[in-house]
Design a protein around this ligand. Structure first.
Ligand code: 2IP
Ligand code: CA
Length: 374
């Protein structure tokens, strides 16, 4: 299934192009960032365009993977539903059509006849990406498409993507917010056990070409399957003995912030936007762990980066299960079973919170100061 990895790298790059085009092309950008003022229809429409960009990316990935691997077509899941309502309250199912013209016509019906915006989007969807440089030669992945399912988050950290702040930081530091936190996430899991086995992350806004060529992206990938553990990132060197750094959501509970400030010290407790970006920070060694106490992330947020962490010898566990068992055994997140007692997106929430780590000895250090506090 190295073919699947190469395909996912390509579709993630196409997705990143769509994300960039929506910010670069004035007719799309205006729809994306319109002030939420004006009448009710306008408010709804602004919300809808953000969702449309997400849906378009998700359906493009579904289309491309389904064409090449039809056995997977019914097991490609994402954050968004492709049943879409336009500004006039009409229901349209957004799909990628056989030709750019047909896709443009369908999108125009969602965009209330805005043919300029629809054509720009359709062009980005149907355009082949530049060739991808990824060292996947010789990689064999002993899995078959009929064993696999996919989770897609078309754009994680959407609010940062819309806001579009361009932050500049020194090398080796994480970005607390801004465009860098927006990621395309595609995770592959085993249908039988729910283990994440392959992940592709594309960061559409990785650096801005100083010569005026606009934003350039970066991709990250990993495969973790039996004895095969391969990742585009190398395992970062261990930090100074004793020091532990953590990244949290800025909206994390005060009790967690306090407990981890005592554990890590104020300099090593960091905050960043985007669930996917925070796990990427752990993958890159910018933080040792990401701790989240609430159930505010979903399978599509964690599946892809979880696969990369596994390939590096780490993982993502359910925080509340760890608090109950302290060993962390049996607590690793899985991706195949919904919580049947819940409705809608909550069926796929990582409801017990999470700890993402590279080194499992760090789990018990994180759990100890949180015991009895959550
Ligand atoms: C969100 C987004 C948020 C994040 C939340 C995700 O996904 O990444 O930034 O909250 O967990 O589910 P926080 O930044 O506080 O961690 P989306 O943008 O796709 O809704
Ligand atoms: Ca998300």
């Amino acid at each position: 299934m190295a073919d699947l990895l190469r395909l996912l790298l390509r579709v993630a790059e196409k997705a990143a192009n769509v994300a960039r085009v929506c910010r670069q092309e004035a007719p799309l950008f205006q729809l994306l960032v319109q002030e939420k003022t004006g009448d009710d229809k306008n408010k709804k429409f602004v919300q809808d365009f953000k969702t449309l960009a997400d849906v378009v990316i998700q359906e493009m990935i579904r289309h491309d993977v389904g064409v090449k691997f039809p056995e997977m077509a019914d097991f490609i899941n994402g954050e968004e539903s492709n049943k879409f309502e336009n500004g006039l309250g009409e229901s349209v199912t957004v799909t990628v059509c056989a030709t750019e013209e047909d896709t443009a016509a369908l999108l125009a019906s969602v965009l209330d006849g805005d043919h300029t915006a629809a054509s720009l989007l359709a062009r980005a969807i149907h355009q082949d990406p530049a060739s991808i440089q990824a060292d996947t030669d010789g990689l064999t992945v002993p899995l078959s498409p009929s064993e696999l399912g996919i989770w897609i988050d078309p754009i994680d950290a959407t609010s940062q993507y819309i806001e579009g702040r361009e932050e500049v930081l020194e090398e080796g530091r994480l970005f607390p917010s801004g465009l860098h936190c927006a990621l395309v996430l595609i995770g592959v899991y085993l249908r039988s056990t729910g283990e994440p086995v392959m992940g592709v992350i594309n960061q559409p806004f990785n650096y801005k070409d100083p010569a005026g060529g606009g934003w350039k992206g970066k991709h990250f990938w990993g495969v973790s399957c039996g004895s095969i553990n391969v990742c585009s990132e190398t395992r970062p060197k261990a930090g100074p003995a004793g020091g532990l750094s953590a990244v949290l959501s800025s909206s994390e509970k005060p009790v967690v912030k306090e407990a981890l400030t005592s554990l890590c010290g104020p300099d090593k407790l960091m905050f960043a936007s985007g669930a996917g970006y925070k796990i990427l920070c752990v993958i890159q060694g910018l933080a040792d762990v990401y701790v989240l106490s609430g159930g505010s992330t979903f399978k599509w947020d964690s599946c892809a980066p979880h696969a990369l962490l596994r390939a590096l010898g780490g993982g993502v566990v359910d925080l509340h299960k760890c608090l109950q068992s302290s060993s962390g055994a049996e607590a690793e997140l899985t991706y195949h079973q919904p919580r049947t007692e819940c409705k809608g997106a909550d069926r796929w929430a990582n409801h017990g919170g999470l700890v993402a780590y590279r080194d499992c000895s760090q789990i018990s250090r994180i759990i100890a100061p949180l015991k009895g506090k959550l």
